[in-house]
Design a protein around this ligand. Structure first.
Ligand SMILES: C[S@@+](CC[C@H](N)C(=O)[O-])C[C@H]1O[C@@H](n2cnc3c(N)ncnc32)[C@H](O)[C@@H]1O
Length: 249
């Protein structure tokens, strides 16, 4: 079983995730706001077609709809359960949803913008490369990719972590990557102008009770920087964005 298959197999976790997403259906998460701001800043404001890979219940797409009312929106996920929920909760917003593996996806019309939110940390090295090759193949030249993920500044430290928790008793594997390695993968896939925007939550999140499900929490450093943790693990959240190069033969 691959990592994301473990994730898919865990229906109880999905229900909790849908409940978590539901809390942000009216107001976007801070990270979603920042993602939308980066799409605008990097020239995606006039996008005609925006695709969200690994869209789950479609929460981000809901906010993309409000931010880009003229764009065609497509959400793709392998989890049919999540997509059924997404279709029901985003009815009448003109968003298309499709069940597919993001590694194999081939769009009929290339996108102007592709976004991924907390998706690529599931992928091992080979699949991470396949993922961004697939993204590049589905973007028009000059198109924009923005991905929110765990990428840090230490060039030679790559971490593969297996986490068991209440939500995932059988374990889920995550990959935490250096920004430099991510830049190499994106450049190899044909992207240019790769940029990283570190993400800092603007609010304090309380500590998790020792016997509770692991959720995000914050710790503030002496310099006032708010660091995001998941249990004992520091999450180097950031948005990576890049521009697709010319089409490859
Ligand atoms: C942590 S959730 C993030 C969901 C959503 N992007 C958000 O903003 O909350 C990761 C999502 O990626 C999807 N996913 C993981 N691997 C996938 C794959 N190979 N193809 C399609 N979807 C995948 C999962 O089904 C899940 O819905």
């Amino acid at each position: 079983m691959t990592t994301h298959e473990h994730y898919l197999a865990n229906k109880r976790y999905f229900e909790e995730y849908a409940e978590y997403q539901g809390r942000y259906s009216a107001e976007p998460r801070f990270s979603d706001r920042k993602l939308i701001e980066i799409v605008r800043r990097r020239g995606g404001g006039d996008a005609r077609r925006i695709v969200d890979l690994g869209c789950s219940t479609g929460n981000l797409l809901r906010h993309l709809r409000a931010a880009f009312p003229g764009a065609a929106l497509l959400g793709i996920d392998r989890d049919a359960n999540a997509l059924a929920f997404a279709e029901k909760s985003n009815r009448d917003l003109g968003i298309e949803f499709r069940t597919a593996d993001v590694l194999d996806v081939q769009l009929d019309t290339k996108a102007d913008v592709v976004v991924l939110n907390a998706v690529s940390f599931y992928f091992n090295e080979a699949d991470f490369r396949r993922l961004f090759a697939a993204v590049a193949g589905n973007l028009r030249p000059g198109g924009l990719v923005v991905s929110f993920d765990w990428h840090h500044k230490y060039d030679h430290q790559s971490i593969t972590m297996n986490e068991t928790s209440k939500g995932h008793p059988d374990g889920v594997t995550y990959h935490i990557r250096p920004q430099r390695a991510v830049t190499d993968v994106l450049t190899t896939a044909g992207f240019a102008d790769v940029r990283f925007d570190d993400f800092e939550l603007p609010v304090d999140l309380p500590d998790t009770e020792p016997d509770a499900e692991i959720v995000s929490r914050t710790e503030t450093t002496v310099s006032g920087k708010r660091l995001c943790f998941r249990g004992v693990f520091f999450q180097p959240w950031c948005h990576v964005s890049a521009i697709a190069g010319p089409e490859r033969a």
